[in-house]
Design a protein around this ligand. Structure first.
Ligand SMILES: [Zn+2]
Length: 434
């Protein structure tokens, strides 16, 4: 089949063959013989929730997916000279999307592993001068160049593990100067990385020393830091806050989120991580794109989220590292929320492996392997308000990963090694380094 021809069968039309096929641009590449092509498409392509096509194949044209089907269907077509990638029975998935990280920081907190294993809680470590307070001090003492130098390898490791789009939050500056420095660092990371970086300004993360209360700091951050972050170029895509009992209240978060929206930023909330704090309700009321953590949310709050189209981002690796309870994924799902997963890569839970998070999602949250994969693909895209990434289907960005395992069930099953063979974004192969 020549690319200029029209496609006739309903099966081909369903696979999106017709769209974009009359363009003059040549095919960039073809991918064939995927043992399992997990399209993660919602369009009914393939079988099961992960949209699996056995012996799958697809075409990439102009950086976008142009057609999806089987290798047998592909073999009946001709394209002239084109790069052919033989996936050789491997699993092919969409490029992974990590919708929640705090990877831009300086320093480390490896000594807290022992404190935690001796039984100290996160809050107790914080009170002793560790935790986020320590990262804020170290990050504020570091130059932009040092933050970029220390954060780049974390971003590179995510890419090696199949991540093509990653959200990065600020929040360790906690002053006008510190937060603008972090926004500069994230902008530099974005320029340096072949992956796409989505920037979130996290204005309410914790209150630094020098403020009488969290309330006083919330007022300061909303009035003084937020407008300057909104003026930063490139403008952060999202604004985020930590709604938690004893940290920032529902009202403080609502005021902050409304001000963020008025300044043209979409919103996210860290909700109900340590205790029920009404964070899910805040996310629904403020019209957030996502609410994240949700370990202690109420059924009513989750239903509010679903009614308002707020995606749920679950972060089980944080529970593992902080010794706090896991979110109830079944309750979140029954409430009707799309479930995304994230690494929450931070100095507290330094996790660079989406695969580990998928494994925890299956073992601790009792999600299925297909749900876990959707959590890092289609639903993670939803949590970033995106429709152009997160699945392999005609018209979407050609972001995909070839994994050296035969089926998607292996992702949560065979954990601890590295099984990513190749990573592509917009049809271009990314360098995975040495
Ligand atoms: Zn977080």
């Amino acid at each position: 089949l020549e690319l200029g021809t029209r496609f006739k069968s309903s099966k081909e039309a369903r696979a999106g063959l017709g769209r974009g096929s009359s363009e003059e641009r040549p095919v960039d590449l073809t991918v064939t013989h995927a043992g399992e092509l997990a399209t993660c498409s919602a369009a009914g392509l393939g079988w099961g929730p992960a949209g699996v096509v056995e012996d799958g194949a697809f075409l990439v044209k102009g950086g976008k997916v142009a057609w999806v089907g089987t290798s047998k269907e592909l073999s009946r077509r001709s394209f002239g000279k084109v790069r052919v990638i033989d996936a050789e029975g491997c699993l092919v998935t969409p490029g992974l999307v990590d919708p929640h990280t705090h990877l831009a920081f300086a320093g480390s907190r490896e000594d807290e592993v022992e404190l935690k294993s001796s039984g100290m809680t996160y809050k107790a470590i914080l009170e002793e001068g560790g935790g986020i307070g320590r990262t804020v001090r170290e990050t504020n003492a570091a130059s932009t160049a040092r933050i970029v130098r220390e954060s780049s390898p974390r971003l590179a490791q995510l890419v090696r593990n199949g991540v093509t789009t990653v959200e990065v939050k600020t929040g360790y500056g906690q002053s006008v100067k510190g937060e603008l420095k972090l926004l500069r660092a994230v902008a530099q990371l974005s320029r340096l990385s072949e992956a796409e970086v989505v920037t979130t300004f996290m204005g309410l993360h914790a209150a630094p020393p020098g403020f009488k209360s969290h309330s006083e700091y919330a007022r300061f951050a909303t009035r003084e830091i937020l407008p300057k972050a909104a003026e930063f170029a490139p403008k952060p895509s999202f604004s985020d806050c930590f709604c938690e009992e004893g940290i920032f209240s529902r009202d403080e978060c609502l005021r902050y989120l409304r001000a963020s929206k008025a300044l043209g930023m979409a919103c996210k909330v860290h909700a109900d991580e340590f205790s029920y704090s009404g964070g899910a309700e805040v996310a629904a009321e403020a019209g957030c794109v996502s609410a994240d953590h949700l370990g202690n949310s109420s059924r009513a709050g989750l239903r509010d989220m679903a009614r308002n189209g707020v995606a749920a981002v679950l972060l089980p690796a944080t529970s593992l590292f902080s010794g706090i309870g896991y979110a109830d994924a079944r309750m979140v799902s029954e409430a009707g929320c799309a479930i995304a997963l994230g690494t929450d890569l931070s100095p507290n839970s330094w996790v660079e492996s989406p695969q580990l998070v998928m494994s925890l999602a299956c073992s601790a949250l009792r999600m299925t392997p297909a749900e876990a994969l959707l959590g890092f693909t289609r639903n993670a895209a939803v949590a970033l308000g995106r429709t152009d990434i997160g699945s392999i289907e005609a018209g979407k960005s050609a972001d995909f990963v070839i994994h050296e395992v035969p089926r998607h069930m292996f992702l949560p099953y065979r954990v601890g090694g590295s099984y990513v063979r190749q990573v592509f974004r917009k049809g271009r192969e990314l360098s995975l380094g040495p």
